[in-house]
Design a protein around this ligand. Sequence first.
Ligand SMILES: [Mg+2]
Length: 123
Amino acid sequence: MSDSIKELTEKILAFRNARNWKQFHNPKDLAISISLEAAELLEIFQWSGADVAVDTDKKLEKVREELADVLIYAFLMGNDLGLDISEIVSSKIDANNKKYPVEKAYGKADKYTAYTEDEEKSE
Ligand SMILES: [Mg+2]
């Protein structure tokens, strides 16, 4: 685990432990919390029509707060399940490199199945 991730995790755990909140943090409720905080992040853009950019300081501050909430719960879940955040993110990127080969995915927003279906059709 990288030093910065370890330090952040320790800071988050110190906050939680000082409040005796671990008792509330089972994997289900942490997963729910990640989803709820992600919804709060999405809410920033609700009804914004074509205004999809983060182009004001106020909007950026809201994004900052909700993104941090998502990450805090994610760090807690990783810690509680004994997962190394650096390792799981790195592994997922490696897997994504295979799912989305640059030569097929460059500049495209298709789901990976579009590329595997291409392979299946050519086989
Ligand atoms: Mg929030």
